[in-house]
Design a protein around this ligand. Structure first.
Ligand code: GRF
Length: 199
């Protein structure tokens, strides 16, 4: 599986994919990492492993569509057949999704459909849920709404802060993101309507 990654920041989820590939538990190759942020640590992590990594500034493009078409083109030139949003802080437009139909995957730090959007861990704490977690899902045009592939649950502890809860969830993110990609690599995911069947 040839994977393209979009990341805006720290890149720990990108790292989890690189580590799973090195460990032989993910049969894939990361062919290109693109970031909308120049100083994203994700770019350094990719470069450290010899993975091509580029910063593309959205401000250098007229609109979202032209930016998304440009990044889709770069991914295609590298032969990417699946795209992972690993902490990518921009909404993906329809032209990008049409370039990779049912092949764009996102990781979200909550048990969707609860707490979509930003600051999910804070939303979960403020709501008072006893459990939260993370979700790997196919991306559609909505905000964190696409078909769910894998989820993991973590407890919310009495003294949790946004940071401690986020850290507990992140550990699980790093486990289920490579797991979901391996299912895709093995051709074991079938999207049927809004549900994903694991074969
Ligand atoms: C993760 O919590 C991910 O679920 C969310 O943004 C964060 C990115 O972290 N979408 P990292 O850049 O992968 O370390």
């Amino acid at each position: 599986l040839k994977i393209g990654v979009l990341a805006s920041g720290r890149g720990s989820n990108l790292q989890s994919l690189l580590d799973a590939i090195s460990a032989g538990t993910l049969d894939a190759e990361i062919v290109l990492v693109i970031s909308d942020k120049q100083n994203a640590m994700a770019l350094d992590r990719a470069a450290a492993q010899g993975v091509p990594a580029v910063h593309l500034n959205p401000k250098d493009f007229n609109d979202r569509k032209s930016y998304d078409l440009a990044i889709a083109e770069l991914f295609k030139e590298r032969g990417a057949t699946a795209i992972v949003l690993a902490g990518y802080m921009r909404i993906i437009s329809r032209p990008f999704l049409e370039s990779f139909p049912e092949r764009v995957i996102n990781i979200h730090p909550a048990l969707l459909p609860a707490f979509p959007g930003l600051h999910s861990q804070k939303q979960a704490l403020e709501y008072g849920v006893r459990y939260s977690g993370c979700t790997v899902h196919f991306v559609d045009e909505g905000m964190d709404t696409g078909p769910i592939i894998v989820q993991a649950v973590v407890p919310v502890e009495k003294d949790d802060t946004e940071e401690t809860l986020a850290a507990r969830i992140l550990q699980e993110e790093h486990r289920i993101l490579p797991e979901a990609l391996q299912l895709l690599a093995q051709g074991r995911l079938r999207v049927e309507g809004r549900k994903v069947q694991i074969l």
